[in-house]
Each structure stands twice: as structure tokens, then as C-alpha cells.
Design a protein. Structure first.
Length: 80
């Protein structure tokens, strides 16, 4: 079984039971993935969905940030 030692950098709640998680892999790349949180009684289980987005370097992460900020700004401008 392959083990991935990702370091979680940030997490944002995007739906009631879904998060968007940005992590760094030991090889220096970044991964953005959806996480579903399932509640089973007192136990909470986090499940990562297949099909993550990988970013090769810090510059790419900056570009992703800028794209998200641009989308937010356009939506805020449209609301007036």
C-alpha cells in the first residue's frame, strides 16, 4: 500500500459536508482535493475524492490564488 505524507496547508468549507483541502507533498508539489466529512454516530470520517488537482510549484500556487481572488472580485463587482 502506498503512503502519501501530505502536509495539510489549508482547508475551506465549500458545502455543508465538503471541504477543499490544499496540501504539500514531500516532493515539493501541491495538491488541491475535495474532502467529504461523514458523521457516523460520534465518529467522524474524512474521505478524499479521486481526481485531485496537482500544482507543480509555489509559483503555480500563487497563480491559483490569483485566479481565485480574481473570480471573487468579479463576483463582488457584479453584486455591486
Amino acid at each position: 500500500m502506498e503512503r502519501n505524507d501530505f502536509k495539510e496547508l489549508s482547508k475551506a468549507k465549500i458545502q455543508d459536508k465538503r471541504n477543499l483541502v490544499i496540501s504539500k507533498h514531500p516532493n515539493g508539489t501541491y495538491t488541491m482535493v475535495q474532502q467529504i466529512v461523514v458523521q457516523e454516530g460520534r465518529k467522524q470520517t474524512a474521505i478524499f475524492l479521486k481526481g485531485a488537482t496537482h500544482v507543480d510549484n509555489l509559483e503555480g500556487l500563487y497563480n491559483l490564488r490569483d485566479a481565485i481572488n480574481e473570480a471573487i472580485q468579479k463576483e463582488e463587482d457584479e453584486k455591486g
